[in-house]
Design a protein around this ligand. Structure first.
Ligand code: PDD
Length: 286
């Protein structure tokens, strides 16, 4: 079976799918995107992701080319056509194709909508969670609006690559004061000495993760205390536990930051509990 992607109203073979070289995402990274987890064939937290997509588009004055109901249909169609049990769907909206000019294209230029799906490996993800991950810290050199989920990800790409070359899975980004904002493609968390979850406030310095929001609700339901405040790298070194969250990782315990063991050096119980509770708790949409 060959993979199928969606491009501007058509379902086509993934390998042959493409957009114009004039597309503004190609020329200017002028686009927004979402990644939604598919678990047991269901889209996890679809509402939250679509709401955030609409917000990102609004912030960039970008028009979504189809209504939300059509978007939902396209995502389901991709899950079905690609036989995705566990995996992800990716969707991207760009400011369309037009002669290269920094100025927006003229009114009426259609936005580009691309979406595709890929299968994941549940066993491999669980094995990674059981082992825990290493993280390195790097300066956060991104623009001042990482709350917008734009396709302009060069600093994130460079940070993640540097992490990988250092034998780590993720990079934690530090602001000018030495506080951890978030990871290159995930939100950052610690468990403090009182057992409370600590994560950066969802202000303009981070992407307000949909997984993060779900975890805060799970914590509330479980009676786990949590606080949204910046934490420093120093505080993270001494934390009981640390972990990352995101649609592609759900919860992954962090066992090492910059070569220092975190907590016992093994995945912590709070992180593993949150991970185990995640899919049972998440309201899924059919
Ligand atoms: N990234 N912070 C950043 C910078 C991210 O890129 C992501 C997700 C998150 C977590 O957001 P959410 O829980 O809504 O997935 C936080 C996606 C998965 C990606 O770029 O692949």
């Amino acid at each position: 079976m060959s993979r199928v992607a969606y491009v501007n109203g058509r379902y086509i073979r993934h390998a042959e799918a493409g957009v114009s070289i004039n597309d503004r995402a190609f020329l200017f990274a002028d686009g927004v995107y979402e990644v939604i987890e598919v678990y047991g064939g269901r889209l996890i937290d679809e509402d939250g992701h679509l709401q955030r997509l609409a917000r990102s588009a609004r912030e960039l004055r970008l028009e979504l080319p189809v209504a939300e109901t059509a978007l939902r249909r396209i995502l389901r169609e991709l899950v079905a056509r690609n036989l995705v049990g566990d995996g992800h769907v990716y969707l991207q909206v760009t400011r369309g194709a037009a002669k290269r000019d920094h100025i927006f294209p003229k009114a009426g230029t259609p936005s580009t909508l691309v979406a595709f799906a890929h299968r994941g490996d549940r066993a491999a993800a669980e094995a990674r969670a059981r082992a825990g991950i290493k993280v390195i810290s790097l300066p956060d050199i991104r623009w001042k609006r990482p709350d917008i989920k734009s396709t302009s990800l060069l600093p994130n790409v460079l940070a993640k690559q540097q992490a990988r070359e250092a034998g780590a899975y993720e990079a934690w980004l530090l602001d000018a004061e030495g506080f951890v904002t978030e990871g290159s493609s995930s939100n950052a968390w610690i468990v403090d000495g009182e057992g409370a979850l600590v994560t950066h406030p969802a202000d303009s310095a981070i992407l307000s993760g949909i997984t993060r929001a779900r975890l805060l609700r799970i914590a509330a339901a479980k009676g786990v205390k949590w606080v949204e405040r910046p934490f420093s790298l120093q505080e993270a070194f001494g934390a009981r536990e640390a972990f990352i969250s995101g649609a592609t990782t759900i919860v992954l315990p962090v066992v090492d930051i910059d070569g220092r063991k975190i907590g016992s050096g093994a995945p912590g119980p709070v992180a593993l509990d949150l991970r185990a509770a995640f899919h049972d708790f998440a309201p899924v949409t059919a």
